[in-house]
Design a protein around this ligand. Structure first.
Ligand SMILES: Cc1ncc(COP(=O)(O)O)c(C=O)c1O
Length: 421
């Protein structure tokens, strides 16, 4: 089965063969699977953080044991989750606005802070306007399903995030998938579209979430122009990390003015929760009416929005410690490669460490945590089982000592388990 087909599945192989039974039969099937074969994700689901996400934090394992770990599993790349200015703004707004909104944006769910954040996000990207959507997942679903419908075609990179595929499914547009970052395949698909099918959208992650590599966005935009397609980029992991001033993949590729739709999330570098879309004023106006995940979903709490305003001021001024982040990314990637690990073609704060064997991966991850290093694992259905890996996320708050200790531990345990020679 190709990753293209796998992307449309979600633990389907845990289901009973005969799908036409009681809808709850699959609950038992999954339960049996977990008990019999210890699903790779079981441990991850039962580890609890006992404090803020920082370079070091305390976790409690399934067996109740707690310990301090070096954090290599958080997407808060610039450590903004705990930035004093962000936390203070959040606390003040909580006192003034309360902790939740209690309404969708178009009812009583928009404060002055929400509009201020939309303007800051739009200005950050040099776009006309922006819309806040409750999370990154629902931003992709809402934007694609609002813009595309039956008769249109959405052309996806095979490694796009699941929320993009879910948005496509909801849209009822035709869905085509090109091999990961493969421009020849993309062009072949574009060249075979019937002349009459004019509603064409190419969607790509900017930074790919499982591999940390970057879309060839300038070339994609050039193809889009040649074949009359619109371009949408989901830059969840690019914001604040890649590009000369941290404005993401389009800035890195020098094609910011050729991207029609940028979707992002406040859950990675901004360290909070929420999603957004930026583009022309008309696009954003249209989405306010037709993106159902905006129209019918309660808006982001004001304290979070207040924190995000500070985040975007820091990002705007490139004052959130991106230089230190890149020092840490290079140090960790070079350190892993020098020790013989396969880190794929990462160009961002996400560094995969390919293991390729699920049993070894689970043991590696658990041993690392027991030895004070917190990592995440990625396996099916997010990637093929034979490409299963640790997924390291680098933060700018990691100290030199944190990184040296982590590298030594990863190397020692990787050798014990046979991941490296
Ligand atoms: C590329 C990409 N897009 C979208 C999302 C969804 O964002 P959120 O967690 O804010 O819903 C994620 C995060 O998992 C992601 O990695």
């Amino acid at each position: 089965m190709s990753i293209i087909q796998e992307n449309e599945r979600h633990f389907e192989d845990f289901l009973p063969d005969n799908g036409r039974q009681d809808i709850f039969d699959k609950l038992e099937a999954l339960d049996v699977h977990i008990r019999q074969s210890a699903s790779a994700y079981v441990d991850g689901l039962s580890v609890q953080l006992l404090g803020a996400v920082a370079n070091r934090t305390t976790v409690r394992d399934r067996n109740g044991e707690s310990r301090e770990v070096i954090m290599l599993g958080s997407n808060s790349y610039l450590s903004l989750t705990t930035h004093p200015r962000v936390v203070a703004a959040c606390r003040d707004a909580c006192a003034k606005y309360g902790y939740g909104m209690g309404a969708v944006s178009l009812y009583a769910g928009t404060t002055d802070l929400h509009r201020e954040l939309e303007q800051l996000v739009a200005e950050f990207y040099g776009a006309e306007d922006a819309i806040l959507i409750p999370c990154g997942y629902s931003a992709n679903v809402g934007v694609i399903s609002a813009l595309c419908g039956a008769g249109d075609v959405v052309i996806n990179d095979a490694y796009n995030h699941a929320s993009i595929f879910d948005g496509c499914a909801l849209s009822q547009a035709e869905v085509k998938v090109y091999l990961h970052r493969n421009l020849r395949h993309l062009e072949k698909i574009l060249g075979q579209l019937p002349e009459s099918q004019r509603g064409r959208l190419i969607v790509t992650d900017g930074v790919f979430s499982m591999d940390g590599d970057i879309a060839p966005l300038a070339d994609i935009a050039a193809l889009a122009r040649r074949y009359g397609a619109r371009v949408m980029v989901d830059d969840a992991h690019g914001l604040g990390v890649v590009g000369p001033t941290g404005r993401g993949t389009a800035e890195q590729c020098g094609c910011a003015d050729q991207v029609d739709i940028t979707v992002g999330t406040f859950s990675k570098t901004p360290g909070a929760i929420g999603g957004y879309c930026v583009g022309s004023a008309r696009l954003i106006q249209y989405l306010r009416y037709y993106a159902r995940t905006y129209f019918f979903s309660t808006s982001i709490p004001a304290p979070i929005v207040a924190g995000l305003i500070e985040v975007f001021k820091l990002l705007r001024d490139d004052a959130a410690g991106r230089d230190r982040l890149w020092h840490n990314i290079r140090y960790m990637k070079e350190g892993l490669m020098a020790r013989g690990f396969d880190t794929g073609s990462s160009e961002s704060a996400i560094i995969p460490v390919i293991v390729g064997d699920e049993a070894k991966l689970v043991q590696f991850n658990n041993d690392l945590r027991r030895n004070g290093v917190y990592t995440n694992i990625v396996t099916y259905p997010a990637v093929r089982r034979k490409e299963c890996r640790l997924r390291l996320c680098i933060m700018n708050s990691l100290t030199q000592q944190d990184m040296d200790t982590a590298l030594d531990t990863i190397c020692r345990l990787g050798r014990d388990i046979g991941v490296i020679a």
